[in-house]
Design a protein around this ligand. Structure first.
Ligand code: ARG
Length: 282
């Protein structure tokens, strides 16, 4: 009898694409109000450590050859460091953010002005939406969160403005109040997510769209392992998400731990601090 050698599937070599990001220095970062379950205003925040950790993320981006732009932080807006919430940028088109809570309201116009003054095509959003906190661009689809922050009516607004299909996803666990705390885009057709953060129907949608997705455990999600930034190969994420890092290595990605424990006190990590500036296609 001839024995057929069972070949182990070869590990894919993932390809990184150079990105442009917008970041906001944590000059005024603090936790002085609570708009998500992670925020405890009585717990002290070490501002100097937050600054060092944020610089570590910036250094990691530069080290990978990515370009980073900056927006001036506004005094009195301690959450402005979370640049992901500032807007959604796809092919050079910018949908402004409109925040759910009055504590963050002024950030929307500040980010919008940054884009306007640089000549981007902008739309001043009609409906509440928290930028890339709830809108994640994944190849052909725009994945869109709702349930805690972004108004479901915003999904239609985004679909029309960007001219791309939106897949609406309902978040149900208050710890994972933004889509980017429960799901991360790894490349144009791969994601990782924690199913427990989503309503049953949305879990079904994700299974159909991404049958081969990387599935995170609750423990991964709790340490904000899904609040990750991927360039298609390198995945910047909290080092505590050890199981998720192993899964990513298994799939040929290169996870890189970036400690942002001070920012976690406000319910944010690497992805929250990063807004991708996707240029118009030439
Ligand atoms: N304290 C901020 C808030 O609750 C954290 C935002 C985190 N940003 C994100 N993209 N998930 O609004």
């Amino acid at each position: 009898m001839t024995q057929l050698a069972v070949e182990k599937p070869r590990r894919l070599q993932r390809v990184a694409r150079t990105r442009r990001y917008l970041m906001c220095p944590p000059t005024h970062f603090d936790v002085v109000y609570s708009i998500n379950p992670w925020m405890e205003p009585d717990k002290p925040v070490d501002g100097a450590l937050a600054q060092l950790q944020w610089e570590g993320l910036l250094r990691a981006f530069h080290g990978l050859g990515h370009q980073v732009e900056f927006i001036e932080p506004l005094p009195g807006y301690p959450d402005m460091v979370f640049a992901a919430n500032g807007a959604t940028v796809i092919e050079g088109k910018v949908l402004s953010a409109r925040f759910r809570h009055p504590e963050r309201a002024a950030e929307g116009p500040a980010y919008l002005e940054w884009f306007r003054s640089r000549g981007y095509e902008t739309r001043d959003a009609v409906f509440v939406n928290e930028g890339e906190g709830d809108y994640l661009h994944a190849g052909r689809y725009l994945l869109a969160g709702t349930g805690f922050r972004t108004d479901i009516r915003s999904h239609r607004e985004a679909e029309k403005f960007f001219g791309m299909p939106v897949a609406g996803l309902r978040l149900v666990d208050p710890r994972f109040y933004h889509l980017d705390t429960a799901l991360a885009v790894l490349d144009d057709d791969q994601i990782m997510y924690y199913p427990g953060a989503f309503a049953k129907e949305s879990q079904g949608v994700l299974r159909v769209l991404y049958p081969d997705a990387v599935i995170a455990t609750e423990a991964d999600a709790e340490v904000f392992g899904l609040n990750a930034v991927s360039d298609g190969r390198h995945v910047l994420m909290p080092p505590a998400a050890t199981h998720l890092m192993d899964e990513l290595r298994e799939r040929g990605y290169e996870p890189i731990g970036v400690e942002l424990s001070e920012l976690l006190k406000s319910g944010g990590s690497a992805k929250c601090c990063t807004l991708e500036l996707r240029a118009a296609r030439r």
